[in-house]
Write a protein that binds this ligand. Structure first.
Ligand SMILES: [Zn+2]
Length: 343
């Protein structure tokens, strides 16, 4: 089977013909139909968090596929099931990571990887869903959607009428906006450097937008929160100067700042930590603290009801053979919504 492999940092992915090992306890062979492409993979390619000790390796962590074969002990899925493939652990066996091979060399891979025609996933990284959820939509439910919504529901625990400011409205940020809209938050402020992305965010429920290249973000946020600070601020950029503005724009008495963007290796924040003693919170989000077995079925139900807009999130499509064009597009921030790879 073909797989896009990260052989060297800051170089194009290489399409390898990859051999599949026998299934071990708790492992599942999945035919991948669609994969999303996430900032995390761009970070792995560009080395945002430093040197990669696992090269060469497979990558990708959100996918939609079909179960082809199950290994010993697997009970969560059966052959023919349509699944969401996610990096956050759910119920089931936490298997060993698969050891793929290429020309006699072992390729590293995590418990789920999705930039390939087939993969071997640990059963706890799979959640079966109804057959009528398309595979490209299932791919979105593997990370971007669950992380964005989870930040609102699980991390910020935002209530109707509370305010939120979202820094960066890419794949995750747009779903933070969508989640805030679902709970009738107000105002919902989107901050980005692209007017196109800000217009897109308005379509998902942002009530106010700020272009960081043209406006004084801190001043505009102070005005929008009437000097009180926001109930929740969310950073999806991982950039220190942005995270500090997000922290300072939070309600100093009871607000929460949620950090989601991956920081650069070695970065350190400079903040006034005193308000943290008074009930204010600063937290890092782990995939929206999603519980896949509980949250994914809820989101699927909302999607099938027409209350969660997922079809509109897909704004670019590429075949596996052209995956480096998808990487370029996402790395350069040139697409408003989510880019998916068809296998
Ligand atoms: Zn992701």
């Amino acid at each position: 089977m073909k797989a896009a492999v990260l052989v060297k940092q800051n170089a194009p992915l290489e399409i390898y013909e990859v051999g599949l090992p026998m299934l071990d306890i708790g492992q599942v062979l999945v035919r991948i139909e669609h994969s999303g492409i996430c900032g995390k993979q761009i970070d792995e390619i560009t080395g945002r968090q430093g040197e990669d000790r696992f090269l060469p390796h497979l990558l990708g962590h959100e996918g939609g596929g079909e179960v082809v074969e199950i290994g010993p002990g697997v009970t969560k899925v059966k052959v023919g099931d349509r699944v969401v493939m996610h990096w956050v652990k759910g119920s089931g066996i936490d298997s060993a990571a698969p050891r793929f091979n290429h020309k006699g060399e072992v390729l590293s891979a995590g418990w789920v990887t999705t930039f390939s025609e087939y993969t071997i996933a640990s059963e706890n990284r799979l959640t079966p869903v109804a057959d009528d959820v398309p595979s490209d939509i299932r791919a979105l439910l593997g990370c971007a959607v669950t992380t964005g919504l989870g930040i609102v529901f699980n991390n910020a625990k935002l209530l109707p009428g509370q305010s939120i400011a979202v820094f960066g409205v890419g794949g995750v940020g747009i779903n933070v906006v969508q989640g805030a809209n679902l709970v009738s938050a107000y105002p919902i402020v989107a901050i980005d450097r692209s007017d196109e992305k800000l217009a897109y965010a308005r379509g998902f429920g942002a009530t106010h937008t700020i272009n960081a290249d043209k406006e004084d973000v801190a001043g505009a946020l102070k005005e929008l929160s009437k000097g009180r600070g926001f109930a929740a601020t969310v950073d999806t950029t991982g950039l220190n100067r942005v995270r500090e503005v997000a922290y300072d724009a939070t309600d100093p008495k009871k607000g929460v700042t949620v950090l989601c963007g991956v920081p650069f290796a070695g970065d350190r924040l400079s903040i006034d930590s005193f308000p943290l003693h008074m009930g204010r919170r600063l937290i890092g989000s782990h995939g929206g603290d999603t519980a896949p077995d509980v949250d994914i079925p809820r989101y699927v139900a909302l999607y099938l009801l027409g209350k969660l807009r997922l079809d509109e999130l897909i704004t670019a499509r590429f075949p596996l053979a052209d995956i480096n064009s998808a990487v370029d597009l996402v790395r350069d921030g040139k697409t408003c919504g989510r880019c998916v790879i068809a296998m």
